[in-house]
Design a protein around this ligand. Structure first.
Ligand SMILES: NC(=O)c1ccc[n+]([C@@H]2O[C@H](COP(=O)([O-])OP(=O)(O)OC[C@H]3O[C@@H](n4cnc5c(N)ncnc54)[C@H](OP(=O)(O)O)[C@@H]3O)[C@@H](O)[C@H]2O)c1
Length: 293
């Protein structure tokens, strides 16, 4: 008599209509997880048509409406909690999901945090560190994908850089271990689908480090258009943004991120991303090339 096959666990991804969440759903399917075992958790189901077309389940899960979270997590064994994009409100939002995951007996949660969340001065880190603490205190099994910067933070602005021949910042010679969203999504899915005992814990994830001057040189080489990086003091960088209509609060926030880069807080030499992917992360040159298409 043959042994019945163990049913595949059910996976859910929050923020599935966002960039990273959508890529994670794609990565789950590419790994051969049956679409019937994949659930896209979304805030607005009217925007989930493409996800539904993939055959995955679509459920409403709004971090701000805890009553949606229990039903969304019913029967889910493994959850990718994509961090909220709302600084200031995130610990409450993430805690609501973690509470619901606990109540729903979710077996394993992967949370997208930021590099060295527990020790960096990066202004985004305290909310991630606080979420990590909530996970730690929840009794759930979990892995934390401490993601570095997205390469897309830069390549999304390629037309602007190419148009003006320069970009400005206050990052000095600081280096960023950025990687593409697709690589972070694949790494998160590798954690989510792997052996829970091996995968739990904290993973510092980033690609090969580059400075802003390196970025300018790569853009120049790949596109054939000369682009230079002009480094400003944080104060001058704030004023230059205010001059083009950015509100002062946002400008100061962006400048604070730049000074974090200057201090090396967005750089890591951890091989974890490459190890989880089982290949080298997408190079900066390839990401610039892809952004040109
Ligand atoms: N490493 C980096 O460089 C970097 C850069 C930017 C952001 N991040 C962080 O990484 C996360 C994922 O990045 P991303 O590029 O995928 O961001 P994104 O495209 O803005 O996606 C964020 C997702 O969060 C969802 N969301 C927002 N509020 C929600 C709520 N109240 N309840 C449930 N879902 C909610 C959004 O839903 P809708 O689709 O309905 O809007 C969206 O699907 C961001 O949210 C942020 O925490 C990292």
């Amino acid at each position: 008599m043959s042994t019945p096959a163990t049913p595949a666990p059910s996976f859910a991804v929050t923020g599935a209509t966002g960039h990273l969440g959508r890529l994670a759903v794609d990565a789950l399917l590419r790994r051969g997880i049956p679409a019937g075992n994949v659930f896209a958790l979304v805030r607005d189901p009217d925007r989930a048509g493409e996800l539904a077309d993939l055959g995955v389940g679509v459920r409403v899960a709004d971090y701000d409406r805890p009553e949606t979270l229990g039903p969304a997590l019913e029967g889910i064994e493994r959850l990718l909690l994509v961090s909220s994009p709302d600084p200031g409100d995130r610990v409450r939002q993430h805690s609501a999901v973690i509470d619901a995951a606990k109540a729903a007996d979710v077996e394993f949660v992967v949370y997208t945090s930021v590099l060295r969340a527990d020790e960096t001065e990066l202004i985004l880190a305290p909310e991630h560190a606080a979420t990590e603490d909530v996970l730690q205190g929840s009794g759930l099994l979990f892995a934390v994908a401490r993601n570095g910067w997205y390469i897309e933070n830069y390549t999304a602005r390629l037309p602007e850089y190419l148009g003006s021949g320069e970009f400005i910042g206050a990052a000095g010679e600081g280096r960023v271990s950025a990687a593409t969203r697709a690589d972070y999504a694949e790494a998160a899915v590798s954690l989510l689908t792997g052996d829970v005992v091996d995968q739990q814990g904290y993973w510092e994830l980033g690609g090969p480090a580059f400075s802003m001057s390196d970025l300018a040189a790569t853009i120049t080489e790949v596109t054939g258009t000369t682009v230079v990086y002009r480094d400003l003091s944080p104060e001058a960088f704030v004023e230059s943004m205010v001059d083009v209509g950015v509100d002062r609060g946002t400008a100061e926030f962006v400048a604070a991120l730049e000074t974090s880069i200057a201090r090396g807080e967005l750089e890591t030499d951890s091989p974890a991303l490459e190890n989880l992917l089982g290949r080298a992360p997408t190079s900066l040159a390839d990401a610039v090339r892809a952004a040109q298409l």
